[in-house]
Design a binder for this molecule. Structure first.
Ligand SMILES: C[S@@+](CC[C@H](N)C(=O)[O-])C[C@H]1O[C@@H](n2cnc3c(N)ncnc32)[C@H](O)[C@@H]1O
Length: 214
């Protein structure tokens, strides 16, 4: 069972409200449409950029970065906040290489630190805390990532989590797959922890915005 989270009419309307992107980002969007690679897309990307600005984030850690599309939105926010670092983390060397090329053309070279590695382990090994963490790794990995994310996000930091509505599969009791179960467990864990203020925004495949108050 899959649900359309946002009707085509609303999706098109929301996307039309996103200001024009540089040609390189349009090429990245075009590549995703052509190949089916699951990028966050312009509406969700613009929201991630907006959250980066609202939070004043200078240190951003991305988990599951792909070929750098979501990274570009965070990098734009960090650049406009006065500079800092966005950690691009993906375990596919080829995607990391694609990201390096795109983000260089976009002028974000000096802001990005690249890791070709498993995202939760990499986050665990990082010194200090982050202003903003974005989680878009394999969904069965979501529950085990949460304690590490909580430790590595500063108080007052923002966590953004993609795919929390999972095309409506979370509502299907017959769906006991590791991915769907991973999202259900993650949502239960974070919503029952009073240190978080959590909202789910039903754009694209559901973006969770969680504020760490503790
Ligand atoms: C959904 S895609 C990322 C899309 C990207 N956030 C964007 O919107 O442009 C997730 C990527 O992260 C990789 N990935 C999944 N789980 C991971 C993990 N635990 N550690 C590192 N990379 C992971 C996948 O192979 C895939 O390339």
């Amino acid at each position: 069972m899959t649900l359309t989270i946002v009707s085509d009419q609303i999706e098109t309307y929301l996307e039309s409200q996103v200001p024009p992107r540089p040609a390189e980002m349009q090429d990245m969007e075009e590549y995703a449409w052509r190949t089916g690679f699951p990028i966050i897309g312009p509406t969700c990307g613009y929201l991630c950029y907006q959250m980066t600005r609202i939070n004043g984030a200078r240190q951003v850690f991305e988990m599951g970065s792909g070929y750098g599309y979501s990274t570009a939105w965070f990098a734009r926010g960090v650049q406009e906040n006065g500079g800092g670092t966005v950690h691009h983390v993906v375990w596919d060397a080829e995607l990391s290489q694609m990201a390096r090329e795109h983000l260089k053309v976009l002028g974000y070279d000096g802001l990005i630190r690249y890791h070709v590695s498993e995202a939760v382990q990499t986050l665990r090994s990082m010194p200090g805390q982050f202003d903003l963490i974005f989680n878009d790794i394999n969904k069965d990995g979501y529950p085990d990532a949460l304690p590490v994310i909580k430790e590595k996000l500063r108080p007052g930091g923002v966590l953004l989590v993609d795919n929390v509505l999972w095309s409506g599969r979370i509502f299907d009791s017959h769906d006991q797959s590791a991915s769907t179960q991973g999202i259900r467990r993650f949502v239960d864990m974070i919503e029952s922890d009073p240190d978080w203020i959590v909202s789910t925004i039903p754009i694209r495949d559901g973006l969770m915005v969680a504020y760490k108050q503790g």
